[in-house]
Design a protein around this ligand. Sequence first.
Ligand SMILES: NC(=O)c1ccc[n+]([C@@H]2O[C@H](COP(=O)([O-])OP(=O)(O)OC[C@H]3O[C@@H](n4cnc5c(N)ncnc54)[C@H](O)[C@@H]3O)[C@@H](O)[C@H]2O)c1
Ligand SMILES: O=C(O)CC[C@@H](O)C(=O)O
Length: 388
Amino acid sequence: MYRIKTLNKISPAGLSVLDQTRYTISTDVENEDGILVRSADMHDYAFPDALRAVARAGAGTNNIPIDRCSEAGIVVFNTPGANANAVKELAVCALLLASRKISDGVAWVKEQAAGADVEQAVEKGKSQFVGPELSGKMLGVIGLGAIGVQVANIATKLGMTVFGYDPFLSVDGALSLSRLVHRAMDLETIYKNCDYITLHVPQTPETKGMFNEDAFHMMKGGVRILNLARGTLVNDDDMLAALDSGKVACYVTDFPNGKILRGKNVVAIPHLGASTPESEENCAVMAAQELKDYLENGNIQNSVNLPTLVQPWSGVSRLCIIHRNAPGAIASITGVLSKDGVNVANMTNKSKKDYAYTVVDVDSRIGESVADTIRALDVVLRVRLLNH
Ligand SMILES: NC(=O)c1ccc[n+]([C@@H]2O[C@H](COP(=O)([O-])OP(=O)(O)OC[C@H]3O[C@@H](n4cnc5c(N)ncnc54)[C@H](O)[C@@H]3O)[C@@H](O)[C@H]2O)c1
Ligand SMILES: O=C(O)CC[C@@H](O)C(=O)O
């Protein structure tokens, strides 16, 4: 039986991917083989010995200690694109919330409910909630991944002139991007020209705090900012000052905290970007499939710390070896096999930055003693032996 721990509420459609006769799934299972997680902070999580994989049902993995996982030979998966449509739809809503004073207006109407003549109060008071149209305005999209591309494309259909910035734009991203979207080659172009700016980058050391005093200084007065990516991309103190001075006319964030809520013209959403039944299901199903294929077959797809490697079974035993991406690593592994008289039926090796993964199918059933000898090699971080 594989033991799977869930650290957040995971859609039942995802859990049903894991056959109950082979998987025990619960929030309090111990010494788990795999974890299914959404936004729970795992930075202080003590890894049990059995833990082999963490599957993030979502895009951002900044809640997971990736380096610590890699060193412990734990594969971290995410679900690229599985919630992109949900976030794109919320981004359209956020553009309107940033423009039309809808949330203030709605709250104000509720306050009038106690008064005698709501209709009259509405017609008299509505002028305080006037806000500009999107059509004809300039939008800057920072990060043209699964979400940014969709936001950029749909904004062109709202009549906006769209600039997109992504120095690491993938081939898939480029192919999906509307020809109406202009490519900005630097952030300055976005900051200096855009009336609306929306963030769709991951939290990395480079992007953390990127919206700071210097960035606001370059922006147009009255710019409207959307942040459905991560709260930490924005320096809250600098944002509060920019809101106060009117440099930023409105800040719509999916990541409220006690400090930013005190700012004027802040529209705070309770992290609803991916909260649709459709995207919760997509993410959970994809995460569970990734976990299952890794635990049962050693295949890796959509990992953020290890390479993609899918090998059809061709032997009776399979060694799955996570090791450092170092010269001589493969030779030392095959050296152990030939010394033990083990014949290799098929073997694949792939690397990603400092780490590599080797899958070896062998013709004969081998025991844990071969795996133990490989485990003892300096370059090796984790070895699993699977039998077909
Ligand atoms: N609000 C929510 O519920 C919600 C839901 C999904 C994702 N997100 C957040 O949105 C982020 C993006 O999601 P995605 O699915 O589009 O991810 P993605 O990986 O498909 O796209 C991210 C893009 O950002 C680009 N990028 C990285 N660093 C950059 C930089 N310094 N400048 C410009 N571009 C840069 C990458 O090249 C990539 O194209 C996630 O990392 C997550 O933090 C939030
Ligand atoms: O799980 C969620 O609700 C949010 C996920 C989102 O922040 C992501 O990065 O995919």
